[in-house]
Design a protein around this ligand. Structure first.
Ligand code: HEM
Length: 107
């Protein structure tokens, strides 16, 4: 059975995800090469280092980065925006526990 597509979700648990640098932006498994890479969500300068929780919630609810640029529609924020404030706060809190990791393409 094929795994469901997961851009940022660990497939073998958080410890493995951290060790392998998941969440640091990478090609979304199972998608064509021309599809955009998922974003670096770690607290690295290549990722969300300067973002606040409000920035994060706005990105998920409105599909916009702090500078106002729209996210590529491949990031499924129109569905994810249905998450509650509590759920988004929980995800943000988790993302802030990740070690900062540079983008793979740049390292
Ligand atoms: C809980 C799960 C997810 C969270 C918290 C999340 C969060 C984010 C955030 C905050 C950004 C903007 C980062 C930035 O601009 O620096 C982003 C971008 C992106 N996400 Fe997600 N995402 C999730 C799941 C997904 C999934 C399932 C996909 C695709 C199947 C995806 C694909 C993308 C792509 C391609 C971008 C880059 C968009 C662009 O460059 O315009 N994400 N994500």
């Amino acid at each position: 059975m094929r795994r469901p597509i997961s851009a940022n979700t660990p497939v073998r648990g958080p410890a493995t995800a951290r060790a392998q640098g998941f969440y640091a932006g990478q090609h979304v498994p199972g998608t064509p090469p021309e599809f955009p890479d998922a974003a670096n969500l770690t607290p690295h300068a290549d990722g969300l280092k300067d973002w606040t929780q409000d920035d994060f919630v706005r990105a998920i609810r409105e599909g916009k980065r702090p500078d106002g640029r729209e996210l590529n529609r491949f990031m499924p924020w129109p569905v994810m925006k249905q998450m509650s404030d509590t759920e988004l706060a929980a995800i943000w809190t988790y993302l802030r526990t990740l070690p900062p990791v540079a983008d793979k393409k740049k390292s």
